[in-house]
Every structure is written in C-alpha cells, then in structure tokens.
Ligand binder design. Structure first.
Ligand code: UTP
Length: 298
C-alpha cells in the first residue's frame, strides 16, 4: 500500500566549486535570489507539498544553513521594539518548528547518490522526496506539489523524477530519459542515460532536481559502484528500479533555473526581481534602459 510522502532530503553537501571564491565561506544554498536564500525557496516548495520532516545532508562549512532556520532572539526583540511587524512576520516564517529539521553529515563529497544515502536512517521505510535547492522552479503550483499529487493519484510505489525538455545540443549536461509514447505529464521510463552526447540521446527529456523515491533506493545506493566522475550517482540507483518498482518522468509546469551555474543564477535573479511588486518597477525600468543603451550602441 502507498504511504504518504512526508519526508524530504535536501542534499547540500556539495563543494559548489562553480561559485568560488564565494563558496569558500558561504554555502551555495545561502546565496540569495533578491532577498531569499536558495534554500528558502526549496523549503517553501516542500512545505506546499505536505512535507513535514526535512532532512539536510550537510558538510563542513555549512553551519550558516543551520543558523538560518534557527530563531534569532536579539533580532526579533529589536524588530518588535521598533514596531517592524511586517519584518518580524517574515522572519518568523523562516523559523522551523523544533525537531522539523534533522541534519546529517556527508563526510566527503562522494556524489549526490551518496549524499542521499546518508539520510537513510532518517527516511526509514517510507517513500521520500529529494529536492536539489540549486534547481529553482518558478511555477503557479510548486513543482513538488504537482509531483506528490500525481504520485499519490497514481497510487505509485515506484520512482518519480521531474522531467523537462532541453535543447538537443544540451543533452550531455543532463540525465536523459528514454520514454514511452504517452504524451501526458506522467511518462513511463524505459531507460535513463547519464549525460549522453546529442547523437546518442534517446530523447531530449532531461531529469532535473526533484524526485520521489521508494525506500528501496537506499539499499540500491548501498550497492551501486561509483559512476561518472568517480561519484555515487543517484540516477544509477534509480535506473535499477526500472525493472523493479518502476520509474516515471513527470513533466512539470513551470520554469526551471539552474542556480548551480552562474548564468542560471543571474537569469533567476532577473526573473525573480521582475516578479517582485515591491521593487516598484524600478528594476524593470533599469533593464529597459540597459537594453535601450545596448540597442543604440549596436
Ligand atoms: P552539484 O553537481 O551542483 O555539485 O550537486 P556542487 O558541489 O554543489 O557544485 P559544483 O559543481 O562544484 O559547482 C548537485 C546537488 O547535490 C549536492 C549539492 O550540494 C547540490 O545540491 N551534492 C553533490 C552533495 O550533497 N554531495 C555531493 O557529494 C555532491
């Protein structure tokens, strides 16, 4: 029988080398889109999907993440004294209930699959979600909520991975799905190929950082050999479930930003900045001016 998805793993133990030197002392997940850290978007998405247990897989140098979700008594007292109720409310929204977040350490960055496996004892024998906070998805209904609803509606006990179409010449940057003919949002997966060259790619449907997985994946992760880059790959373990509990791709509604890359992070900053009413059009005006200047110069 299917159990509800109430636990999510947030693997945040990566080195974030693409953002050096900043990530020498700042966890990538604390970097902000406008004024909210990437991890806040991930937590909000999980909460909307009904997640109640948050499992962070962290590493050395990531204590800023733990502090971020703690209460900040001095700051709260000062805001209260000054009557800044709006800011106080906003701050309170970031504090998590006691015991809702658990932290485990990944001692060495041995890959995403290994990071997920580090959360095995906290997951136990329940299905669980995995959210990569550097994949930020702008959508009306949060992506994980879309997935949990589809997973539960199908009564699934297998794996579900978020999928999106990518340009054919970019397949080598993703795990790519070989899928059946069905054109709906949920597609049966026949094969998963890690970072294929465009000529070898079975489709242009790529896996991105949202997953719903059965607990059996933890056992598989224990068995898989290191794959690409000498790392334990999550996709290798999921691929083994194709002939077991089954794997489905979920074509979500929304726009995904790869905030693990500089270009993606900048694009997200512009998109989220433009979507903010409180910037009073100032940012949009600046961008229009900028493009007018560029057009004139060409
Ligand atoms: P990335 O592939 O983006 O790696 O990991 P990274 O280390 O964060 O960044 P770069 O490539 O060096 O710039 C994808 C996700 O998997 C986590 C990361 O924290 C990120 O959320 N991860 C990766 C781990 O938790 N542990 C690992 O060993 C590897």
């Amino acid at each position: 029988m299917q159990r509800k998805v109430t636990k999510a793993i947030f693997p945040v133990a990566g080195l974030g080398t693409r953002f050096l030197p900043a990530t020498k002392s700042i966890p990538k997940e604390i970097m902000t889109l406008v004024d909210r850290p990437l991890i806040q978007y991930a937590i909000d998405e999980a909460r909307a999907a009904g997640i109640t247990d948050f499992i962070f897989v962290t590493s050395r140098g990531k204590s800023a993440l733990e502090d971020y979700f703690d209460s900040a008594p001095e700051l709260e007292a000062t805001l209260k004294e000054k009557g800044k109720d709006g800011l106080l409310r906003m701050l309170n929204e970031t504090t998590m209930p006691s015991g809702a977040i658990a932290y485990v350490r990944q001692q060495q960055p041995r890959g995403l699959g290994h990071a997920v496996w580090c959360g095995r004892r906290l997951v136990g024998d329940e299905p669980f979600a995995v959210i990569l906070p550097d994949d930020v998805i702008a959508s009306e209904k949060p992506c994980l909520q879309q997935m949990v609803e589809a997973y539960e509606a199908a009564g699934s006990t297998g794996c579900m991975v978020a999928a999106m179409e990518v340009p054919h010449d970019k397949t080598s940057a993703y795990g790519i799905l070989d899928v059946g003919d069905d054109a709906g949002p949920v597609v049966g997966v026949r094969k998963m190929v890690e970072k294929p060259r465009p000529e070898d790619a079975p489709s242009n449907l790529a896996v991105i950082g949202r997953y719903i997985l059965p607990p059996s994946v933890m056992d598989t992760l224990n068995e898989v050999d290191p794959g690409a880059g000498g790392e334990i790959q999550l996709t290798d373990a999921i691929a083994r479930e194709i002939d077991g509990s089954g794997v489905w791709g979920y074509r979500f509604n929304g726009q995904r930003f790869d905030c693990g890359s500089k270009a993606g992070f900048l694009q997200a900053t512009v998109a989220f900045g433009l979507a903010r009413d409180d910037l009073n059009g100032e940012f949009a005006d600046y961008l229009s001016e900028l493009s007018a200047v560029r057009d004139a110069a060409q």
